[in-house]
Ligand binder design. Structure first.
Ligand code: SF4
Length: 424
């Protein structure tokens, strides 16, 4: 049994009777992992990716260490103003992923079921709701959420605001991607500033916010360069790094740490040897625990996941001198907002930057947005010249069946890419 499995067993066994102890064990386990990431990082990981592991672990530990200094958010909420008032944002997807990696999502899912949450709801949200109801999470300072991109946000964060009795702010983003929508959201961004100032008693300085949003723009631009540089290089990777970069690109966008990460990643890409094996661009979440996916992509030279769409959903064409409008524009033009073709086209552009040999579209169970457009996505990627495989699974709930089909289908897909190259 691995240390993570042992931790999961301890946390799950204490959750029903003594949630405080369960929470203590969870924190102790994550603190220990954090120390390991600092003193004995994975040798095969590139330096930037080792730093990224530490960064994400610190972000996930924050709500356990100082819940009153944390903000619960939905993943695409612009977080710069929270950073300005020194709140650490954490999202449902990120926290649930870490619970799953610690083998304790099962008890949280059960708790959610007992609370009457339907299992048609995405497992990231069910795990998160179950964890909160069971006492694994303490009350945050506040909650900030948006309807971009999934309907699950509205249920989860409203329920959490009621459960914890903390102030919540809802950013309503129209699906119409237009200047009028940007103006509508800009007004809400200014209201969010007032909300955060009132909630924390701190003041947000306009000039500091402009500087922070300018840093966000630079980080987004630098990350695109990373992806373009990696296109012809071999950077060994695991299954969580592409997803970590998706989480930090949203939660930590605007921080010096995120900027440091993308600069390091650019350096790593520039210093990397020539490309080896197949480059796969991944659409949506990655089932990091799947042995079938590990066998094909975990530090393998024959194929690597070179990018995940969730780390590249934002455009950088905003003007930081008006930070409220800039953040509003980033949210309205998020690739996940508006017609599905926008999301697919952004994925195609990202895959082209990474010179992907193929694309895997992961149909995460319960994600209506992703499941509903999978066939359209496959057709558009194929039409753009990217062989595309659609697979079904669950990025968080390890009890879902499907390993057999994933192994067979990914194996056949990679063989097809090899044959395609041989006959080209
Ligand atoms: S996987 Fe889909 S349904 Fe679940 S949180 Fe993400 S966007 Fe929402």
């Amino acid at each position: 049994m691995s240390a993570a499995e042992k931790l999961g067993q301890i946390v799950e066994s204490r959750l029903a009777g003594d949630p405080k102890k369960a929470r203590g064990w969870l924190r102790a386990g994550w603190e220990a992992e954090n120390v390991l990431f600092h003193i004995a990082p994975h040798k095969e990981l590139a330096p930037a990716d080792r730093y990224l592991q530490q960064l994400m672990m610190g972000t996930m530990l924050a709500p356990l260490r100082h819940p009153e200094g944390s903000a619960m958010v939905s993943i695409f909420v612009p977080c710069e103003m929270m950073q300005e008032v020194e709140l650490v944002p954490y999202s449902a997807e990120a926290f649930s992923c870490y619970l799953s990696a610690s083998f304790c999502e099962g008890a949280c899912l059960e708790r959610a079921e007992e609370e009457g949450i339907s299992d048609t709801l995405c497992s990231y949200h069910r795990t998160f709701l179950g964890a909160a109801e069971a006492g694994l999470l303490r009350a945050p300072k506040c909650i900030v959420y948006t309807n971009v991109t999934c309907d699950a946000n509205l249920l989860t964060f409203r329920k959490m605001a009621e459960f914890y009795q903390v102030p919540a702010f809802y950013l309503e983003v129209p699906m119409d991607v237009s200047e009028a929508s940007v103006t509508y959201v800009e007004r809400q961004m200014r209201e969010l500033k007032a909300f955060l100032e009132k909630t924390t008693g701190k003041t947000i300085s306009e000039s500091a916010l402009c500087e922070r949003v300018a840093r966000s723009k630079t980080s987004l631009e630098t990350f695109r360069k990373v992806q373009q540089t990696k296109a012809d290089r071999y950077v060994p990777t695991d299954l969580v790094t592409p997803f970590y970069s998706a989480l930090t690109a949203n939660l930590l966008l605007g921080t010096e740490e995120e900027q440091h990460y993308v600069e390091m990643a650019l350096q790593d890409a520039q210093n990397a040897p020539a490309k080896r094996g197949k480059h796969i661009y991944w659409m949506h979440t990655i089932p990091f625990y799947s042995q079938a996916v590990k066998d094909r992509f975990l530090f393998t030279e024959s194929a690597q996941i070179v990018g995940d769409e969730l780390s590249q959903v934002c455009f950088s064409d905003f003007d930081p001198s008006n930070p409220y409008r800039a953040m509003a524009k980033r949210l309205v033009t998020n690739a996940m907002n508006g017609p599905s073709r926008r999301r697919i086209q952004k994925g195609i552009d990202n895959a082209a930057d990474a010179k992907a040999d193929g694309v895997i579209w992961f149909n995460h169970w319960g994600c209506k947005h992703t499941l509903g457009i999978a066939e359209l996505g496959r057709q558009q990627f194929e039409a753009a010249g990217f062989p595309t495989l659609v697979i079904d699974g669950d990025g968080c709930d390890k009890s879902k069946e499907g390993e057999g089909q994933i192994a067979t289908r990914i194996g056949a897909f990679l063989e097809m890419l090899d044959r395609k190259e041989a006959t080209a």
